[in-house]
Write a protein that binds this ligand. Structure first.
Ligand code: C5P
Length: 397
């Protein structure tokens, strides 16, 4: 979580510096304390005042600006940072950092800090792929810097190639992941499924359900931010991809089963948040089914029950989306599917279930009392579920 975290946002002089304004604003909206440090070149592209207004903090641009008597600016910034994020990082600042040069306030702060450092290189394609730049990036990685690879696409010069600043949501995700590296799930592997499966009728039609994927994505993000290595097996959802997790895209229950079996060969926990279809068409027509004079009857057969069938010594968490007899139905699934935890979710309740940003759930456990939680955001629900997973994993040691 970004709340109250001190993020030193370093901005160097690339055209993408204007995008750092959006990043600063979004970090502040998440409750972070953002302190911006700009190189002289960056100030030629965007006014420091923009960042001061967005963050509510003075922007540092000069080594020799008067600071309070007790403080040396670069040392105090280096000490108070929970993380330093350099967005964008130009070829010049990357090479300076790789060589240990400290000739401005930003490079001095980098050299003086013990905080984790994330950089997002952005520059012209030829500068990015130049072996000197790539060597310097490798050096920084070897020293523990987290480097977000530049994206492919249209560059400021008009040419197409690698060198674009990645999406701000991706950068935010990597910052959160880096901050959470020493969390309670550090070193653990977590597999999460999300979305509603699609069971093909013919090449253009399928049967699905109302699952939005939001709950599964929230669990994947929360696990990532607590230090876990996460695999997210997802149906097409239209949600922004979760940065810093291994994403496996599938459509049908059968494909989800194959992906889950593969991913759980080595895992500590499986959280089946996906709404897996219970039935699929017996056959999928090879060609689009043509409209006839009468109706159309589809024969459906059962899908594989992934949770019941997947074997292994990992923690198993299921979801029970119900519209009636919530607790008794969930309890039956907890024992019937051999689970450690089941999250009972009344999807017909106001503000709860499919598509909403919030959820009201009861967490039932194989061992332990049920936890009846109030209506809360899906992220908060995810944290509560992971608290339980974390406790079980500690008990397993
Ligand atoms: O039996 P029901 O579909 O209600 O069970 C819900 C739980 O079981 C969810 O965690 C869901 O992901 C999982 N499930 C499964 N395979 C199925 C159907 C559901 O793993 N075919």
């Amino acid at each position: 979580m970004l709340k109250n975290k001190v993020i030193v946002l370093g901005i160097s002089g690339g055209i993408a510096a204007y995008k750092a304004a959006d990043l600063a604003s979004k970090l502040v909206q998440c409750g972070a304390v953002v302190k911006v440090v700009m190189t002289w070149e960056a100030t030629q592209l965007v006014q420091p005042l923009t960042f001061q207004a967005l963050t509510g903090n003075p922007v540092v641009t000069d080594m020799f600006e008067p600071a309070p008597l007790s403080a040396i600016t670069h040392v105090s910034l280096a000490d108070e940072a929970d993380i330093i994020a350099i967005v964008p990082a130009t070829a010049n600042i990357i090479s300076k950092m790789a060589a240990g040069i400290a000739d401005d306030i930003l490079t001095c702060t980098v050299l003086a800090t013990k905080a984790p450092i994330v950089i997002a290189p952005a520059m012209h394609n030829n500068m990015y792929i130049n072996p000197v730049t790539q060597d310097n990036i490798s050096k920084l990685k070897a020293r523990g810097f987290t480097v977000i690879p530049a994206a492919h696409g249209r560059l400021a010069s008009g040419s197409i190639g690698y060198g674009r600043l990645p999406e701000i949501t991706e950068i935010m995700g990597i910052i959160q992941q880096t901050l959470g590296k020493k969390g309670d799930l550090a070193g653990k592997r977590i597999v999460v499924t999300a979305g509603g499966t699609q069971e093909a009728i013919d090449p253009v039609r399928y049967i699905t359900n109302n699952s939005s994927g939001k709950m599964g994505y929230a669990v994947a993000e929360a696990a990532r931010d607590r230090g876990a290595t996460v695999t997210l097996i997802t149906t097409p959802t239209g949600l922004s991809p979760v940065a810093g997790v291994d994403v496996i895209n599938i459509r049908s229950a059968q494909q989800m089963k194959e992906a889950v079996v593969k991913a759980t060969v080595k895992t500590d926990a499986l959280l089946m948040v996906a709404a897996v279809a219970d039935y699929m068409p017996k056959t999928t027509a090879a060609q689009k089914i043509k409209k006839g004079a009468g109706g159309l009857t589809l024969e459906l057969v059962k899908t594989p029950d992934i949770l019941s069938e997947v074997k292994g010594k990992f923690i198993k968490v299921g979801f029970a989306a119900e519209t009636q007899d919530l607790i008794s139905n969930a309890q039956k699934k907890l024992t019937g599917k051999g689970l450690d935890i089941i999250v009972a979710n009344d999807v017909s309740a106001k503000g709860s279930g499919f598509g909403s940003e919030t959820n009201k759930v009861t967490i039932l456990k194989k061992d332990g009392k049920p936890e009846d939680l109030p209506l809360m955001s899906k992220r908060e629900v995810a944290e509560k579920i992971l608290d339980n997973v974390s406790k079980l994993l500690k008990g397993k040691k």
